[in-house]
Design a protein around this ligand. Structure first.
Ligand SMILES: Cc1cc2nc3c(=O)[nH]c(=O)nc-3n(C[C@H](O)[C@H](O)[C@H](O)COP(=O)(O)OP(=O)(O)OC[C@H]3O[C@@H](n4cnc5c(N)ncnc54)[C@H](O)[C@@H]3O)c2cc1C
Length: 473
């Protein structure tokens, strides 16, 4: 299957003529560049890595690699959860982390131009300092914006404000043949032919390399608070979600998690914020809801209405986190779920399905039903307001146990994806397909859409050098 060439000394010389000492090879290669946050989906050793600095540099590198059939994989911060930036065919890895400049705000048209290596946390803070709000809020704040756009990252606030896709107005892209292309425009609508901009968003570095982004900003809500809502079991917690969505509450975040997930993360953070027993009744699951508003009176009214609705839906209590410290502690626990799992287990696989919101109870119940057939622990949490459920299979073991673990989790994942399909869901709500979920996407979509995707890939990248073997191949 290997249609690629390896890096000869002559090609390396060509790359060094472009990027100088930033072309790293041999023993100096950074092992971090061999995988993302899910090494279970494979590790790939590149022949060379380059911390790139500009559009023109990337263009020149791509011209060389395309001419010599050298595979190229681009990475941001490597926090992906699908093996998307893993260089499975070796070749050259380009890292965008040095392209980390915020290029400027257009305050009148409410947008910002950034390089792809700017971290989400840095843009969120800088936009706030300029009086703006950049709503996308995936859990990992140290991911790059290029990575966020390439995976169409979702996160906590998607239920009200949409996903990363909704904030991308324009971008500069280097195509696999090195050509530089500008897509989109800083306008608020467009019906101007096929949207290549939206094709690039979520394409996980397979169609082109994003080297600049124009992102939409909005004005921030004036005030917000969070509701911590314990339930005796997951079915009750999830059962409350459709009612909340139909109400006028319009939550900014609507998250769910099970007691076991909280226990895991609290062992990691060492702090305990959520109630475990309410009036003698043990808590089995939680909703965590953020409400925002244009003034405090409006927020108070929303809190009152929300509490009423939640108690009617079976909540054991409704606690209001409305001070900066309480809010920070509450969300620090939620943001540490994955780190919590990683601190307790060394073998981890995950699934990020999205199902219609009304089907979350059927899906989560099914997981608990089949869970007993497997030896690993299962942890569950997710964006309840979007029907996006993260299921983790976790175990402790040595290197010798990896194959057995993978065999078991494959069986488990097949069952989960089949169930999600049956319920009208899709393979990934926000993490992408990368390398880890390629067979599941093919099964879920069937041959015709996969064939169309392969055709699109071949138009952008006839030599298939950019991030090979991902998504649809
Ligand atoms: C603790 C934790 C919590 C997380 N929570 C969320 C969450 O709530 N929601 C969510 O959606 N994700 C979440 N993620 C996943 C991850 O953070 C996102 O997928 C993020 O968008 C990846 O960004 P990155 O810079 O790390 O990209 P990488 O992992 O480096 O790359 C991801 C993909 O994007 C491509 N890519 C990167 N940069 C470019 C570029 N400039 N041009 C073209 N392609 C590019 C890569 O080739 C790869 O396919 C979480 C991850 C962790 C570890």
């Amino acid at each position: 299957m290997n249609q690629y060439e390896t890096l000869t000394p002559e090609v390396l010389e060509e790359l060094r003529a472009i990027s100088g000492h930033r072309v790293i090879t041999g023993e100096d290669l950074n092992p971090d560049y061999t995988h993302d946050d899910m090494p279970i989906y494979g590790i790939g050793m590149p022949e060379a890595t380059i911390d790139v600095q500009s559009t023109e540099e990337i263009s020149a590198i791509m011209k060389v690699c395309n001419a010599h059939h050298i595979p190229v994989t681009v990475r941001g911060a490597g926090t992906g959860l699908a093996g998307g930036c893993t260089p499975v065919q070796g070749g050259v890895v380009l890292c965008t982390m040095r392209m980390n400049h915020i290029l400027g705000y257009d305050e009148e048209n409410m947008n910002v131009r950034v390089e792809p290596g700017v971290l989400l946390a840095d843009l969120a803070k800088d936009a706030a300092d300029h009086g703006f709000f950049y709503p996308p809020d995936p859990g990992e704040k140290f991911a790059t914006l290029g990575g966020n756009v390439s995976t169409n990252a979702g996160g906590m606030r998607a239920v009200k404000y949409g996903t990363t896709r909704d904030y991308v107005q324009a971008m500069t892209v280097v195509l696999p043949n090195g050509e530089i292309m500008h897509l989109g425009a800083p306008v608020s609508k467009s019906s101007s032919g096929y949207s290549l901009l939206h094709l690039m968003i979520g394409s996980e570095g397979t169609l082109g390399i994003i080297t600049e982004l124009t992102l939409k900003l909005i004005t921030p809500p004036v005030c917000h608070c969070s509701l911590i809502v314990p339930f005796s079991n997951l079915a009750d917690a999830i059962g409350a979600v459709p009612g909340i969505k139909r109400s006028a509450l319009k939550p900014q975040a609507l998250e769910f998690f099970e007691k076991e997930m909280l226990e895991t993360t609290e062992k990691y953070t060492g702090s305990s914020v959520f109630p475990k027993v309410v009036d003698g009744q043990e808590v089995g699951a939680y909703l965590l809801i953020t409400l925002d508003a244009d003034d405090n009176d409006q927020l108070d009214a929303l809190v009152e209405k929300g509490a009423e609705l939640l108690l009617e839906a079976g909540a054991l209590d409704v606690l209001v986190a409305d001070t900066p410290m309480y809010l920070e502690k509450t969300w620090a626990a939620r943001s540490s779920f994955l780190e919590g799992i990683e601190s307790l287990y060394n073998l981890i696989d995950e699934c990020d399905v999205v199902v219609p919101v009304s089907k979350i109870p059927d899906f989560t119940l099914y997981i608990r039903e089949i869970g007993d057939q497997f030896s690993f622990d299962i942890r569950m949490f997710g964006h309840a307001g979007d029907g996006n459920i993260h299921v983790y299979a976790c175990e402790n073991g040595t290197d010798d146990d990896i194959m057995a673990f993978k065999k078991e989790t494959e069986k488990f994942m097949h069952l989960l994806y089949a169930k999600a399909s049956e319920l009208g869901g899709q393979i990934s709500g926000e993490h992408g397909i990368g390398f880890g979920k390629v067979p599941y996407l093919a099964e879920n979509l069937g041959p015709v859409p996969i064939h169309l995707m392969q055709g699109i890939k071949e138009v952008f990248d006839p030599n298939l050098i950019l991030n090979p073997n991902k998504i649809c191949f």
